[in-house]
Ligand binder design. Structure first.
Ligand code: KIV
Ligand code: ZN
Length: 514
């Protein structure tokens, strides 16, 4: 009999902590629905005490998700735990995840609390969380740099207080696989009540070891892994869900555990998270990168054609790669459009949203003969992204021209808080000229930190998804846009980022001390 490995996805919480990756309520709900299709066991939907918006997002996810447990994060303080408890009240199955730091450096410098006070607070927090749900997870933050004896003491007390999952975070990505594995072995052997809780690994990828560390933990008794789609997360990110799941599935000779993940939903989840957050997936990324299953060298191709297993350890189709199939075209009607979207798990609350999306689909079908699922996903994401509440700027028109020997030139008209204004500029390329023209109109004073373009499907008529990261006074935002014309897509992404900069977004960071 194999043990079940609980897959705990924290894309919507730790993933969202990446600068610029913050998501709206609707975006979180869309991702949560895809995570449910992927059959993750637990969805950590956010940190409700951060702001009213974060509370509403967790509450919305808890209301729609039926099949996965919905978890809310809370520091070990009254306000956070109450907010978390209220946010998950509507869930079919809800969990509160409470944490406090246990490493000497965090206790002394951040919390300014003695070890005794930390144990007392951890016990109090777990008991308080149990007032709202029986499903309580406790994390000793920075466990990877905590002293073993102290960790044993605080964890034993947390389990006695009612914690049902004990999560061991390598908060700063400092551990080596053999060391992290040994930590689990020691904790499980030494803590007398360790059999009363599931032990979980939560790794950060600062040294590129997050997946290796998580797998070492599984080898040593962890039965939950915390991870994110595409490894999204602060700094170098968190453990990538797709890597851990596929490692366990591919190496059943080593791991005596099973997950219930529907691996064919991995790629759609990866694409959705990347297009919503604007964090592109590097081509050589394991499992979900564009090159992950492509064989360039003639020798490899020859081998794969003769016998697939010569160079392939997994099948591309098992993680959701398919050859793009035309699903709709110019003559497809509204019903066919709606039906295909429903098959992709996309529904609209308001009829007007469906009408808007259908109008854009018709525009797209005029320019692009074959419309694939990926185009539909991108179109719907873009429609939702461009529908910013209280928007300040909107693209009215764009004319961009380049000619051999001439400087590229762009003319932009923007709707700015109710009035139209136009400007033109030259640049080193069309995108550069367009951004300069926009800046002439808005004078945002922001710095462009990142600009990227990726194609949604193959072919020169593909939709391009662009991402723009702007920084202003320490605040970082990501804007996205998609269109078959990448200059238009770029302008949309830039304007989307400007709108986000304008929007107020006061929210607390969970790992900042209260
Ligand atoms: O990395 C970390 O320590 C965390 C905790 C909040 C669990 O994300
Ligand atoms: Zn973390």
């Amino acid at each position: 009999m194999k043990d079940h490995l609980v897959i705990f996805d924290t894309t919507l919480r730790d993933g969202e902590q990446s600068p610029g990756a913050s998501m709206t309520k609707d975006e979180k709900v869309r991702i949560a629905k895809q995570l449910e299709k992927l059959q993750v066991d637990v969805i950590e939907a956010g940190f409700p005490a951060a702001s009213q918006g974060d509370f509403d997002s967790v509450h919305a996810v808890a209301s729609v998700v039926k099949d996965s447990t919905v978890c809310a994060l809370a520091r070990a303080v009254e306000h956070d735990i109450v907010r978390a408890g209220e946010a998950i009240k509507v869930a079919n199955s809800g969990r509160i995840h409470t944490f406090i730091a246990t490493s000497p450096i965090h206790m002394e410098k951040k919390l300014r609390m003695s070890p005794d006070e930390v144990v007392e607070r951890a016990v109090w927090a777990v008991k308080r969380a149990r007032d709202f749900t029986d499903n309580v997870e406790f994390s000793p933050e920075d466990a990877g740099r905590s002293e073993l004896d102290f960790l044993c003491r605080v964890i034993e007390a947390a389990i006695d207080a009612g914690a049902t999952t004990i999560n061991i975070p390598d908060t700063v990505g400092y551990n080596m696989p053999h060391q992290f594995g040994l930590l689990f072995k020691n904790l499980i052997e030494r803590i007398p009540n360790s059999d009363k809780a599931i032990f979980s690994a939560h790794c950060h990828n600062d040294l590129g070891l997050a997946a290796a560390n998580s797998l070492a933990a599984v080898r040593n008794g962890a039965r939950q892994v915390e991870c994110t789609i595409n490894g999204l997360g602060e700094r170098a990110g968190n453990t990538a869900l797709e890597e851990v799941v596929m490692a366990v599935k591919t190496r059943q000779d080593i791991f005596n555990v099973d997950t219930r993940i529907n691996t064919r939903e991995i790629l759609p989840a990866s694409r959705l998270v990347s297009s919503i957050t604007g964090f592109a997936v590097q081509p050589n990324k394991a499992i979900v990168g564009a090159n992950a299953f492509s064989h360039e060298s003639g020798i490899h191709q020859d081998g794969v054609l003769k016998h697939r297993e010569t160079y392939e350890i997994m099948r591309a189709e098992d993680v959701g790669w398919t050859t793009n199939k035309m699903v709709l075209g110019k003559h497809s009607g509204r019903n066919a459009f709606r039906t295909r979207l429903e098959e992709l798990g996309i529904t609209f609350d308001a009829e007007q949203d469906l009408n808007d999306a259908f109008a854009r689909f018709k525009e797209l079908a005029d320019r692009k003969h074959e419309i694939y699922d990926e185009d539909l996903q991108s179109l719907v994401t873009d429609n939702a992204i461009q529908r910013v509440e209280n928007e300040t700027y909107r693209l009215v028109s764009l004319k961009a021209a380049s000619e051999t020997g001439e400087k590229p030139h762009a003319e932009v008209t923007l709707w700015i808080a109710g009035e139209e204004s136009s400007a033109s500029a030259e640049g080193s390329g069309l995108v550069d000229a367009t951004f300069k023209a926009i800046e002439k109109l808005v004078a945002s004073g922001s710095t462009l930190e990142l600009y990227s373009v990726s194609n949604v499907t193959n072919g020169t008529d593909s939709m391009g998804e662009t991402s723009v990261r702007l920084e202003l006074a320490g605040r970082i935002v990501n804007g996205q846009g998609s269109d078959t014309d990448i200059v238009t897509a770029s302008a949309k992404a830039y304007i989307n980022a400007l709108n986000k900069l304008k929007a107020k977004n006061e929210k607390a960071h969970p790992q900042a001390h209260v």
